[in-house]
Design a protein around this ligand. Structure first.
Ligand code: FE
Ligand code: FE
Ligand code: FE
Length: 167
């Protein structure tokens, strides 16, 4: 799709993040499986459920704005997920692997936070009230997930990994 106007840009970004969420629905079960800590597994499980809802919210946005539900290849998320897969493939120590999975997951959340933040701002500018609310809801979930991952890293996973390294 040729991007000429701000509206085109908005639609393009919507389709990009839609592809990002679709990729995550496939990647999060692998991250959950690779996690050693029960808390981290639960965090990925909960966010998988949320992510399914986020994809549905985007479908609602497409419907509200009378747009074709379509994805645009999100290369950034492909790369971020590939980095998560590298952690799974390369890190043997379970505590260090959990710490690496949290880094990868936080990078993913930060990408999503940027995408939804921009989309919510644009929706507001265009006066797309209902679509804007849906985007804000997802933005709040991504931020909460980032915070939760941060707490897991600070509270448990990283100190354990560190004690192992210093042995
Ligand atoms: Fe998401
Ligand atoms: Fe993207
Ligand atoms: Fe997310």
């Amino acid at each position: 799709m040729a991007v000429k106007t701000m509206e085109d840009l908005f639609v393009n970004e919507l389709r990009d993040i839609y592809h990002a969420e679709k990729q995550l629905i496939r990647a999060l079960p692998k991250m959950r499986k690779a996690a050693g800590s029960e808390e981290l597994k639960q965090c990925f499980e909960q966010h998988l459920e949320e992510t399914r809802g986020q994809a549905e919210r985007l479908e609602q946005v497409f419907e509200l704005l009378d747009l074709t539900k379509r994805t645009k290849r999100c290369e950034a998320m492909e790369g971020l997920i590939a980095e998560g897969q590298d952690v799974i493939d390369e890190v043997e120590d379970p505590d260090v692997r959990d710490a690496g999975l949290i880094v990868a997951a936080q990078k993913i959340e930060h990408y999503e936070i940027s995408g939804y933040g921009s989309l919510a701002t644009m929706a507001q500018q265009f006066g797309y009230k209902d679509a804007g609310k849906l985007l804000e809801q997802t933005l709040a979930e991504e931020k909460a997930t980032d915070q939760k991952l941060n707490q897991l890293a600070l509270g448990r996973v990283n100190p354990q990994a560190q004690s192992r390294a210093s042995k």
